[in-house]
Design a binder for this molecule. Structure first.
Ligand code: ASP
Length: 423
């Protein structure tokens, strides 16, 4: 009882982070002539927070992607549904990253450049395209984790995950172990995220002291750009796919999806929205066999909104530090953000941790996270809404594409039931 009372009283993390942002802006403005002092004595506490994020991102990516892959072990059984679902998810997510990046690149002149003093950044050498491709594949089991090479960690996770599925029955303990370690990593992430108000305050105060009010305008702009990209992706990509491949009117689709959309927007959790999403898609005529496979898988591996957010934030952070992104870095961002969506958990704030991974993959300063962390919840509400709408659109599309097959399976099941009853 007491515990319940305590839980009720606790302020939501997002609110604490927002307060930290407001306090950082206020303190930064007040102590604007103490920037040097703040840089030397306050910022290091922010660096501790960034170190912890760097520490946890490797295990999170490795184990959550492996857990996502092994959770598809029924893929052979559901055969056609699995294939079309994964293909749809990967294509729409790659599209989402491109829209996010494109929108941000167009809007880049609106993002104000900040001073790079105190920021650790090694200017990336322009890597030839083929080297970028070759470098995706690890040549060593530990090096990807030690070097924080996230693309290689993802490839490692995919190879090991599929190998576990192929081993079959014997690998059951490994699947269980991965699920447990994944849960432990998530718990650790949750603990580290609890420190974000302190991290945000300590990283942002010196920046505001140095840059003044410039930063507020920049944050409003990047939010606007992300929301325009969310809306464009949702309206264009999902309307077209639902209308053409799903043979369902987009107006009807969005109308039926409204309860799930509103819930996702306010909860910022795809996993939490799952029950409502199942209900909305069933009202759209999607059969249980499809939705019960496509939606949970989507809540685990399909995050179009998160991919858009990452595209927008990476360009924003690069612009803030006056860093020019090379074409090979842009390609790396599209690949990493698409794959990062597989590793993003459907819980509030997970996408922000994954942003660290995308920044790391192209060598951008992780400090940039502090710039956007204070308003992460506002980004998160929009990206979660896009995430779950994408999952539902996949349901409608797969359900229509496999309509005939589903009917055949349905009648086969009926025949089997009749036979059993006769026996
Ligand atoms: N909150 C998002 C979701 O649940 C994940 C993210 O943080 O991007 O879908």
């Amino acid at each position: 009882m007491n515990q319940v009372k305590k839980q009720k009283k606790e302020m939501p993390l997002a609110f604490k982070i927002f307060i930290a942002l407001v306090m950082a802006i206020a303190c930064g403005m007040i102590f604007h002539n103490q920037a040097g002092f703040l840089e030397e004595y306050v910022r290091p506490f922010g660096d501790i927070f960034l170190n912890l994020i760097k520490f946890i991102v490797g295990p999170i990516v490795l184990f959550s992607i492996m857990a996502g892959v092994v959770s598809m072990r029924d893929i052979k059984k559901v055969g056609a549904i699995g294939g079309s679902t994964v293909l749809y998810y990967l294509c729409t997510t790659a599209f989402a990253t491109a829209i996010g990046l494109g929108m941000a690149i167009i809007s880049a002149p609106l993002f104000q450049q900040l001073s790079t003093k105190g920021v650790k950044y090694k200017a990336a050498k322009a890597t030839p395209f083929m080297d970028t491709v070759v470098n995706i594949f690890p040549s060593n089991f530990l090096a990807p984790l030690l070097d924080g090479n996230m693309l290689q960690v993802i490839v490692m996770a995919l190879i090991l995950g599929f190998a576990i599925i192929m081993v079959g029955e014997k690998a059951a303990p490994a699947i269980k172990a991965i699920d447990i370690i994944n849960e432990v990593s998530m718990k650790a992430m949750e603990m580290i995220l609890k420190l974000s108000p302190i991290g945000v305050f300590c990283l942002l105060t010196p920046v505001v002291a140095r840059e003044g009010a410039k930063i507020i305008g920049s944050l409003a702009t990047v939010l606007l750009v992300a929301y325009v990209a969310y809306i464009l992706h949702t309206v264009i990509v999902y309307s077209v796919s639902v209308g053409t491949l799903g043979k369902t009117s987009p107006v009807k689709f969005f109308k039926e999806m409204l309860p799930a959309i509103l819930f996702a927007f306010s909860s910022a959790s795809s996993v939490g929205t799952l029950p409502l999403n199942l209900e909305c898609t069933s009202k759209l005529g999607v059969k249980k066999e499809v939705s019960s496979f496509v939606l949970p898988l989507g809540a685990t591996i399909n995050m179009d909104g998160t991919a858009i957010y990452q595209g927008v934030c990476v360009v924003f952070i690069a612009s803030c530090y006056g860093i020019h992104l090379t074409p090979s870095q842009l390609i790396t961002i599209v690949i990493t953000a698409t794959l990062a969506s597989i590793g993003t958990a459907g819980v509030p704030g997970a996408g922000m941790v994954m942003l660290a991974m995308v920044l790391q993959s192209v060598g951008l300063p992780l400090d940039g996270i502090a710039l956007v962390a204070g308003i992460d919840r506002i980004f998160d509400m929009g990206r979660t809404t896009v995430n779950i709408t994408g999952d539902a659109s996949c349901c409608v599309v797969v359900s229509n594409i496999l309509k005939k097959k589903l009917e055949t399976w349905g009648s086969e099941v009926e025949d089997e039931t009749l036979e059993m009853e006769e026996c």
